[in-house]
Design a protein around this ligand. Structure first.
Ligand SMILES: CC(C)(COP(=O)(O)OP(=O)(O)OC[C@H]1O[C@@H](n2cnc3c(N)ncnc32)[C@H](O)[C@@H]1OP(=O)(O)O)[C@@H](O)C(=O)NCCC(=O)NCCS
Length: 325
């Protein structure tokens, strides 16, 4: 079904129409890690805020997990997967080096006519997908775009290294983006990168285990996400008080707290979903959005602010209206 072209002066306003999430069944608690690593629940909770994470089993695929999240998002939006014009999947851990995840996920959910694309922008990948989805809808080139963040970070984690093994988890989250009504829509995004610090957070192709200089990453994550969020608000002419809910990349509760405090966002408006998911890279923001809707923090017409930071370094910030139909 080709998307209708907007007539002059009638540019569709993209909005998030639905959200979905899926995590693997296999639960890994801090107690499970304490049983085999030189660590403690107290250390993990105090330094990261993380209490548990999920890991895919070797026989399970990320495509299947992502398909569950995408199907949930389409159902939540009251739409049909057959009407999805594009599926954009942000991931650094596809089941295979090639093909990407998107074709397998589109086939599983019945998005028979969708354009299918994987995006690799580490923990900021979901926000890149959201910005591209908004552009496709505004221009009239698409009417419904599914944006999914899906990761199996357990597959690129060194499970013997206590400094990183406690930090990462697997999961998938998705949103369906489509034309909204009268609201603010999906605003102008902020993007940035600095490749001079690429060696502080990376995984090599031939030895794919995440390596990280934790303290350096921590400092830059706080500074870059704070700056990006401030620029985002200024660029969109929005005061921080107008943002109903704030989702920063869920890497570490202390990072989220530092960014929220620097921006002046009260903690009751802030997602701390990292407690239950650990760091799921590109999946972290859509998983947090799904949890926020479930817990009543996001309602139709809410304005949600999002900011992410990850390997590259690459960072992004975006504003979106919630179910503004
Ligand atoms: C990784 C991180 C939680 C470590 O916290 P930290 O307060 O910086 O801790 P440090 O790395 O300075 O380590 C402090 C001590 O704890 C120890 N430690 C590290 N991991 C540990 C663990 N799981 N359990 C117990 N002790 C641990 C270290 O060996 C070190 O011991 P030492 O003082 O005897 O040398 C933190 O740096 C962080 O969150 N960084 C950013 C991570 C991130 O966001 N990554 C992804 C971005 S997308």
């Amino acid at each position: 079904m080709p998307a209708p072209s907007p007539s002059a002066g009638e540019r569709p306003t993209p909005t998030i129409l639905g959200v979905g999430a899926a995590v693997p069944d296999q639960l890994i608690t801090n107690a499970d890690l304490v049983a085999r690593l030189d660590t403690s629940d107290e250390w993990i909770v105090r330094r990261t805020g993380i209490r548990e994470r999920r890991h895919l089993r070797p026989t399970e695929t990320l495509a299947e997990l992502a398909a569950r999240a995408c199907t949930d998002a389409v159902i939540d939006a009251g739409c049909n997967a057959a009407g999805v014009d594009h599926l954009i999947i942000a991931t650094i851990t596809p089941d295979r080096l090639t093909p990407g995840l998107a074709p397998a996920v589109a086939a599983r959910i019945g998005a028979a006519h969708a354009g299918v694309l994987d995006v690799n922008a580490a923990c900021t990948g979901f926000l890149y997908g959201l910005d591209h989805a908004a552009a496709l809808i505004e221009s009239g080139r698409a009417r419904h775009v599914l944006v999914c963040g899906a990761e199996a970070l357990s597959r690129i984690t060194d499970h013997e290294d206590r400094a990183t093994a406690v930090l990462f988890g697997d999961g998938a989250g998705a949103v369906l983006v489509g034309p909204g009504a009268t609201g603010r829509g999906i605003g102008s995004f902020v993007f940035g990168y600095d490749d001079t610090l690429a060696d502080t957070l990376y995984a090599e192709r031939d030895a794919p285990k995440l390596q990280m200089a934790g303290q350096q990453v921590y400092r830059h994550a706080v500074a870059r996400m704070t700056e990006a969020a401030q620029e985002l608000l200024a660029r969109n002419g929005v005061e921080v008080e107008q943002v109903d809910y704030f989702v920063a990349h869920q890497a570490n509760a202390r990072i989220v707290t530092a960014v929220a405090d620097a921006l002046g966002v009260p903690h009751e408006k802030v997602s701390f979903n990292v407690e239950w998911t650990a760091n799921t890279s590109a999946a972290s923001i859509p998983l947090a959005l799904a949890a926020a809707q479930r817990d009543g923090h996001l309602k139709p017409g809410s304005l949600v602010g999002m900011v992410a930071f990850g390997a590259g370094f690459v960072w992004a910030a975006g504003l979106a209206s919630w179910k503004d139909t």
